[in-house]
Design a protein around this ligand. Sequence first.
Ligand SMILES: [Fe+2]
Ligand SMILES: [Fe+2]
Length: 208
Amino acid sequence: MRQRTNRQANQNLMGNWNWGNWDWFRTRDMMVFGAGALLSLAASRVAPPFAGRAIGSLRTMAGTDPFDALAQDHQKALAMFEAIEATDNSATGRRAAMLFQLKRMLTAHALAEEDIIYPMLRDDAHRHEQAVKLYRDHAEVKVKLFELEHMAKDSPSWITELRALHHMIESHAREEEQMEFPKLRAALDESRRANLLGEVQREKSMLL
Ligand SMILES: [Fe+2]
Ligand SMILES: [Fe+2]
């Protein structure tokens, strides 16, 4: 059920996807930022308590929570994996281009986590060992990406290695979303959380 839901969410994301144009992300992010303040105001005035979950979804869409924004990156990356896995062995150029775009997105996301999120996880949430483990995961991902870039894209082992990386990132993202982000979110006061999204976006913008 959860898998089907994820797949549907991924398909929704992919429905708007244009592989040749990163402006889609930029335009959408700007719209999402603009909607953020309005949604927060509307939610605080009209939403009854039972709508808390829906407000969470609105917040996610509005991009007012840094951890929700990072979780959205995860969903986009996982959707990209599914799209690449749907290509056949003859689509070598397309695979190379899609892998490059995936790498670019993962690198920007990783930069924000490594420079901003993980140090706070270590110092503010006192999750030192967990932060070290997440840094190690990122290093492993970078090696795998390098290997995939340099392998023949029409080799059956290429798609096998890509799927292995997909599962690795899925597991890493689940750990962040279910264990570490909630701990850090709880450790930060509202003003620090409010500033954090801007810091994360600035860091990512250095590469996107
Ligand atoms: Fe990460
Ligand atoms: Fe992440």
